[in-house]
Design a protein. Structure first.
Length: 330
């Protein structure tokens, strides 16, 4: 049997949704910012007006990024960075320009340098009333309670520069805003401006790190449960039991039953072909899955929704996995 390809996990869950049985698969996808793939040794420059330590949060989040248990980024040693960035010309410099980034990055041995600048945190409170229903001694009445909605916003300009090429890999203004509500009869409290900003900064750091890193995504794949031909009792049993073995994670046994079913129909039933394709997709062998999906498609006369989705999906997965592996190998 073919072994799973590197960086692709096996099926982890078997799900039921209504009558349709589904397999959940993990697929590797490339980093959104492809240019970051060649710059895995990163130095963080101090952000201007960084009252919430966003630069530190980004640095910590990047250091935690893992692919199959291995660290994806190497962050420049804090003590080395501190010694250099202690110079007045780099301290709190904000969005440094490419030439400065090259100078700093080369001294630190970094492939990329990330800099940034924060705007002041915004906060706004809106007051309103809510109606509550109160009851006592078999009598009920409405009362109004005062409420407050607090909106806190945070935005930052973030720039990432390739040290070897002096080209800007990423430059954007990232904004986050969130509402919190509290009424006078609630036990909870509203966050302070600082606490809200800290929460939003964590969100920005996680989102930025996600864009730089290849990652896994869960995909739900539907199995075909009904015969497409007039099956004999034995053939129906082979299909039914193959689905049970898939449910139990015994893909080898399920594949053997599906191959027996396919042979018994003189290879004229697309159902076992498609379900074998699902098994290979669950194993992470997308090329083999594509082969079986295409074979199943050849036997259809009218469009079959599951097969159409599979044909389109597997090609995208192959392309994305290829790019993700190239990013990881750089």
């Amino acid at each position: 049997m073919n072994k799973p390809l590197l960086f692709t996990a096996l099926t982890i869950t078997f799900l039921f949704s209504g009558c349709a049985q589904k397999v959940q698969v993990k697929a590797l996808e490339p980093a959104e910012i492809n240019g970051a793939a060649a710059t895995k040794v990163i130095a963080m420059s101090p952000f201007k007006n960084d009252h919430i330590r966003l630069a530190d949060k980004i640095e910590t989040t990047l250091s935690k990024q893992r692919i199959d248990g291995k660290a994806y980024f190497t962050l420049v040693n804090r003590s080395d960075k501190k010694a250099l960035l202690g110079e007045q010309r780099f301290q709190n410099s904000g969005l440094i320009d490419p030439s400065t980034a090259v100078e700093v990055g080369n001294i630190l041995g970094a492939q990329a340098i990330i800099s940034g600048s924060l705007n002041p945190t915004t906060i706004h409170d809106d007051h309103y009333y809510k109606t509550r229903r109160k009851c006592k001694d078999n009598k009920c009445w409405d009362v109004k309670v005062s409420c407050k909605q607090r909106t806190i916003g945070l935005s930052a300009q973030i720039r990432m520069i390739n040290v070897s090429t002096a080209k800007i890999i990423y430059a954007d203004t990232v904004s986050r805003q969130q509402n919190w509500s509290r009424c006078s009869d609630d036990q909870k409290t509203l966050p302070s401006k600082q606490a809200g900003a800290q929460h939003l900064a964590n969100s920005i750091a996680n989102s930025f790190a996600y864009k730089l890193t290849p990652h896994y995504r869960n995909i739900t794949v539907v199995l075909l449960e009904e015969p497409d031909l007039e099956y004999s009792d034995l053939q129906e049993k082979l299909l039914e039991n193959s689905l049970l073995y898939i449910e139990q994670g015994r893909y080898d046994k399920a594949e053997k039953l599906l191959r027996r079913l396919l042979e018994s129909t003189n290879s004229q039933s697309y159902v076992p072909l498609y379900n074998i394709g699902v098994i290979y997709e669950a194993r992470g062998n997308f090329a083999e899955a594509q082969h079986y999906y295409s074979a199943a498609d050849e036997l259809t006369i009218e469009p079959v929704e599951e097969i159409n989705h599979a044909i389109n999906r597997i090609q995208r997965l192959i392309e994305k996995e290829k790019l993700a592996k190239e990013q990881i190998a750089r």
